[in-house]
Write a protein that binds this ligand. Structure first.
Ligand code: PLP
Length: 375
């Protein structure tokens, strides 16, 4: 059953605009930094960081991206029909028993443990074919990947290696967004040392931030995610990436308040003077974090308006007293993320990182995609 007969699209609350052309241009910006022999894939896990992998991945494929990274088998299966002939790598690797599904759908697992290695070799025994896979080496995250001594064991096991179809070794940097952290060089040295045990394979070390550490960190493939979506790769330097997201909160009511009136749950804000509030249709259920209560802000045109009181599940109050009355009416929009208010700005106000702001963006927003046509 559809309710569209009751609603024109403009009635449907807050609007999330996603600029696919900006994502493509960010991918091209990153690609332009790479040395010959190095290519950029694209990380589209978690539904392309909440922006819609079914739209983002085909747009990047049309721009020439050939290798895509997802987190799980399920994410890979969803993308497979949209990326015919292109590589999809699954970062979490196979759970025992799912190896055949990887093979059947042409998904390349990242093998993160000796158990996953053994499972992939067992599939080769069963089917008589070595299928492509990637080996993850841990160099300092202690998250996924073989420890150095496990990698040495595997490298010495010719029979196991001969059943694997390894195409690449990879590792992941823990502190690449802080270029001066000595861990970056230590991880690079460790990766170079361990990857020598697997000669002749492609290498991959850098995600978004690692690309900006310099060519030594690039290897054959870089794996950017966040930077594609406009997040700053280095928190202390100007952001070279183009903003991708605009989030416009719809005003559903404007109301006058008196000096001393309290606003919202817990009465955490009291009006210092009489004024005017705009009540916007978004809340923590939409990923507008509750921590933004009394800390976040929006923009009306070029004018900054503060969040007052707590963020509710579905509503946010902005103090718009400073905005001329005729400039706002119910149905007008306040930028919650926009030209003057980046994903990283919102994250800073919320006490988190841009990654979390993006992946939390709610499913209730009307979504509008721009650019990225396949033509
Ligand atoms: C998520 C992830 C990436 C992408 O990281 P960004 O910081 O978003 O560029 C790359 N590699 C691995 C292993 C990841 O888990």
């Amino acid at each position: 059953m559809s309710f569209s007969m009751y609603l024109s699209p403009e009635d449907e609350g807050s609007l999330l605009s996603i600029d696919l052309q900006a994502i493509v241009s960010n991918w091209q910006t990153l690609t332009a930094r790479l040395s010959p022999g190095c290519q950029a894939g694209a990380v589209v896990k978690a539904d392309a960081y909440g922006l819609g992998a079914d739209r983002v991945a085909p747009a990047l494929a049309a721009a020439g991206c050939r290798r895509f990274f997802v987190a799980s088998l399920e994410e890979g299966l969803r993308l497979r029909p949209l990326l015919a002939g292109l590589e999809i790598l699954v970062l979490n690797g196979p759970f025992p028993g799912t190896e055949a599904a990887f093979a059947a759908h042409d998904l390349i697992p990242v093998l993160n443990s000796l158990e996953q290695v053994a499972g992939w070799a067992a599939l080769a025994d069963k089917t008589g074919t070595n299928r492509a896979c990637v080996l993850h080496l841990d160099t300092g995250m202690a998250r996924l990947g073989l420890r150095a001594e496990q990698a040495s064991l595997l490298a010495a096991d010719r029979s196991m290696l001969s059943r694997l179809g390894l195409i690449m070794v990879m590792s992941h940097l823990a502190s690449a967004d802080q270029p001066n952290d000595p861990l970056n060089s230590r991880q690079l040295a460790a990766f170079q040392k361990i990857s020598q045990l697997f000669p002749g394979l492609e290498t991959s070390l850098a995600a978004s931030s690692g690309i900006f550490l310099g060519p030594a960190w690039h290897g054959h493939w870089v794996r950017p995610g966040a930077a594609l979506y406009g997040v700053a790769p280095n928190a202390d330097a100007p952001n070279p990436m183009t903003q991708v997201v605009r989030l416009q909160g719809k005003i559903i009511q404007l109301r006058d308040v008196d000096a001393g009136d309290s606003v919202g749950y817990g009465a955490t804000h009291h009006m210092a003077a009489a004024g005017r509030l705009a009540i916007v249709a978004a809340g923590y259920a939409d990923g507008y974090f509750r921590s933004l209560g009394n800390r976040g802000y929006g923009f009306v045109g070029e004018r900054r308006v503060p969040v007052v009181g707590r963020v509710s599940m579905d509503l946010i109050a902005f103090d718009v007293t400073a905005i001329p009355t005729e400039a706002l009416s119910p149905g007008a929009m306040i930028d919650l993320i926009g030209p003057d208010l980046t994903v990283d700005d919102v994250a800073a106000a919320a006490g988190t990182i841009g990654y979390e702001v993006l992946t939390a963006l709610g499913r209730r927003y009307r979504r509008h995609y721009r650019g990225g046509s396949m033509a």
